[in-house]
Design a protein around this ligand. Structure first.
Ligand code: CP
Length: 340
């Protein structure tokens, strides 16, 4: 089973079976001592990650880099089109041919749908999709589902009977597109899709959920969807994907989750998730900071989980899972502020 990942790209969650997802999660569990700075492994010593981000990123770029470093490897970054020879007219394919000679694995984010696939076809090393346009964000979906399982487990629950509300810009939100496809691998989930009609989940994803027998409800107001959910997954208006800033402005701040809305509509212990970044500018605030101290706010636990998921993916695709725990060393530096 583990061999199925070795040397393989990860471009879309469509490539993942339920068994493959469970494998990623079980390897991720083994990465917790390293991510929590209790132990050090050097299993990828000498390996190089090409971390190529042609769109802004904080979490995905840095957590991929940290994950590779925590396994002992080194990271070379390219940030922004303008700092690469793509700006001189070099093709994605030539860029892939060159950079795959310098790297053992490549992570790439690109604003165009399908660009990471094109790059991967010309690459000689595995390529992991760090987000391509509005299409997919497969590693975000894996860390989101891992978080959902952990948050449910903390309440003594499994995924069985899960009711999830997905709220905001479901049309352009690539994290949502990947997450609903992963959830579709599991049985009997209830989906509440909360969005303005113009920003509804693309029909292809909704039809796939219905055809697998999931219950799907669409809402264009907050209250009914929030009241019915165990988990609320809030999203930002993806203004960079809209045809014009004026059009994006029509939807910014339309749906907001804050302490008052949560208290009025959500059941106690409803878990709050968001792939981040959230838009904290005045007029947006789809997820208000007045919920920051709420124990059900999982957004920073969610971001932390990105490290173990990405470590697991590197260990699997570079085929070192069996060696990760060899030659362990204890951490020597002060870690008191880092451990959960
Ligand atoms: N969730 C996510 O993709 O965040 P970044 O854009 O900061 O990488």
């Amino acid at each position: 089973m583990i061999k199925a990942f070795a040397g393989q790209h990860l471009l879309s969650v469509q490539e993942l079976s339920l068994e493959a997802v469970e494998t990623v999660f079980s390897v991720a569990d083994r990465m917790v001592p390293f991510a929590e700075r209790r132990m050090v492994t050097r299993v990828l010593e000498g390996a190089i990650l090409g971390n190529m981000f042609f769109e802004p990123s904080t979490r995905t770029r840095v957590s991929f880099g940290c994950a590779f470093n925590l396994l002992g490897g080194e990271v070379r970054e390219t940030i922004g089109m303008e700092s690469s020879s793509l700006a001189k007219g070099e093709s994605l394919e030539d860029t892939a041919r060159v950079l795959s000679g310098y790297s053992d694995v490549i992570v790439m984010r690109h604003p165009e749908e399908g660009a990471v696939d094109r790059f991967a076809q010309a690459s000689r090393v595995p390529v992991l999709n760090g987000g391509d346009g509005a299409r997919e964000h497969p590693t975000q979906a894996l860390l989101d589902l891992y978080t959902i399982r952990r948050e449910r487990a903390a309440l003594g629950l499994s995924l069985e009977g899960l009711r999830i509300a997905l709220m905001g810009d479901l049309r352009y939100g690539r994290a949502v597109h990947s997450l609903v496809q992963l959830l579709n691998l599991y049985p009997a989930i209830e989906f509440h899709l909360i969005s303005p009609p113009e920003l509804a989940l693309p029909p292809v994803y909704e039809e796939a959920l219905r055809s697998r027998g999931h219950r799907v409800f669409r809402h264009d107001t907050l209250a009914p969807g929030l009241a019915a959910a165990d988990i609320v997954y809030v999203t930002r208006t993806q203004e960079e994907r809209f045809p014009s800033p004026e059009e994006a402005a029509r939807y910014r701040g339309l749906f907001r989750l804050n302490q008052a809305v949560y208290t009025e509509h959500c059941a106690p212990q409803t878990v709050i998730m968001h792939p981040l970044p959230r838009d904290s500018r005045a007029g947006a605030q789809e997820l208000d900071s007045d919920l920051d101290a709420h124990p059900a706010l999982a957004i920073f636990r969610q971001a932390d989980n990105g490290v173990v998921i990405r470590m697991a993916l590197f260990a699997l695709c570079l085929d070192v899972v069996g060696d990760v725990e060899k030659d362990l060393k204890p951490v020597r530096w002060y870690t008191g502020g880092r451990r959960p």
